[in-house]
Design a protein around this ligand. Structure first.
Ligand code: SF4
Length: 73
């Protein structure tokens, strides 16, 4: 499996490419995987933002697959 690096994030080739997953709509335009408000990652990992906390609203979740389009140093 090939892998490459974007900013500080190491990605494998099964995480990009192929058609956009049209069922995942996302407005995080700063994300490398975002294309016209759709996510093009082959898989997406979402987690609760706060460990040991029972999440009851979507604002308390976060996309762990997010990769910035531009690295800010
Ligand atoms: S990886 Fe997460 S933040 Fe990035 S486009 Fe997909 S759903 Fe949105």
């Amino acid at each position: 499996m090939k892998s490459f690096t974007i900013g500080q994030n190491r990605l494998s080739n099964n995480m990009v490419g192929g058609p956009a997953l049209s069922t995942i709509k996302c407005n995080v335009e700063e994300c490398y995987y975002n294309e016209k408000e759709h996510c093009k990652a082959s898989t997406v990992q979402v987690r609760s933002q706060f460990p040991n906390y029972i999440t009851s609203v979507s604002d308390d979740t976060a996309c762990e697959t997010f990769v910035p389009k531009v690295s800010i140093r």
